[in-house]
Design a protein around this ligand. Structure first.
Ligand code: TUI
Length: 319
């Protein structure tokens, strides 16, 4: 049992949150993570409110443990998603790809915990002023839509800047990542790519296989020129995108590359023409296992690392 302000706040056994990945984070994955003692998250992505309501109800048939919903704030359905979350009294909300400030009061009044994902210190400070419960600092190592700072640089700076608890995301996939995140000041971690390669993720096998095959430099950033950088695996789509971007083409020329491409990879398994979003940690992931095994393996591995670290204590002979 590990106790941090995050386990207490969220009423969970392990301070591990599953990333709110569009198309990937369905009720099956979220229920499995919550049942295993972490916080499972259903991603609303670009889906409608009715889809989300159905997902929430299906999750509740599988588990009575705490869970959350991620709102992708660029979604055209974001307002509907907020209504459904309030209506269903979802215990926890995480947000991404924008500033959730205007919704915070409404959630707080209903006792819904709010945890925005942020890529900068300034946004973390602004969120604290709005009264959010915790912050997820996401480094550029993460998959999907990303900021510029690395987890290593971002987390200690956010930890110094805010009093609310901080959760680290981006580039964390095993016990070493967890211990490092705690050393940087985090009290919890959010894992995305690691949970894509779980048995419960309803992701096409081709997508999981691509992550398992991936090496350290295979997750590249596209879309910097549009102001919406997205980390994806190298494939036909991302290579073509990068070529067009190099020519200096405007957002219009790149538009067709976004719509429907994530679904094409995740659901249909077209990993050449679809968008295979994943983090830099892909090179570290070599297997598909249950969410329970992912969580328990991460925690059982921490002890060895902490023992090794104790040799850093000045003047002690640990031989
Ligand atoms: O949101 C994510 N990752 C995502 S969302 C997504 S769906 C998508 N698909 C195609 C293109 C774009 C998005 C795929 N991956 N992570 C959390 C995150 N939030 N990363 C960065 C941010 C962020 C960025 C700007 C949070 C706040 C923010 O605020 C700007 C403002 O309005 O002040």
């Amino acid at each position: 049992m590990i106790n941090t302000r995050i386990t207490k706040l969220l009423n969970i056994k392990y301070p591990i949150i599953q990333g709110g990945m569009a198309w990937v984070a369905t009720h099956e994955l979220a229920a499995a993570v919550s049942e295993a003692g972490g916080l499972g998250i259903i991603a609303a992505g670009n889906a409608s409110g009715e889809y989300l309501r159905d997902e929430i109800r299906k999750l509740r048939e599988k588990t009575d443990k705490p869970f959350g919903v991620n709102i992708m704030l660029m979604s055209p359905y974001a307002e509907d998603i907020v209504d459904i979350i309030c209506d269903e009294r979802v215990p926890v909300v995480t947000t991404g790809a924008g500033n959730p400030g205007k919704y915070v009061d409404r959630f707080k009044k209903l006792g819904i915990k709010v945890i925005p994902v942020v890529p900068t210190v300034s946004l973390a400070k602004r969120m604290e002023k709005y009264g959010v419960d915790a912050i997820i600092g996401e480094g550029t190592e993460a998959g999907g839509h990303i900021g510029e700072l690395t987890t290593f640089a971002l987390i200690p700076q956010i930890s110094d800047a805010v009093k609310i608890p901080v959760i680290a995301a981006g580039g964390i996939g095993d016990s070493r990542g967890l211990v490092a995140a705690f050393a940087l000041g985090a009290e919890g971690v959010q894992l995305g790519t690691r949970f894509v390669c779980s048995t419960e993720a309803k992701v096409h096998d081709n997508y999981k296989e691509e992550i398992i095959k991936a090496k350290d430099r295979d997750a590249i950033v596209t879309g910097r020129s549009t102001g919406h950088p997205v980390r994806v695996l190298k494939n036909k789509l991302s290579r073509e995108y990068a070529e067009i971007e190099k020519t200096g083409a405007g957002p219009e020329a790149l538009k067709g590359f976004g719509t429907g491409k994530l679904r094409l990879a995740v659901v249909d398994g077209d990993v050449e023409n679809g968008s295979v979003m994943c983090g830099q940690i892909a090179g570290l992931i070599n297997d598909i296992k249950s969410s329970k095994a992912i969580i328990e393996d991460i925690f059982s591995g921490t002890e060895d690392i902490i023992n090794k670290l104790s040799s850093l204590k000045g003047g002690e002979d640990n031989e």
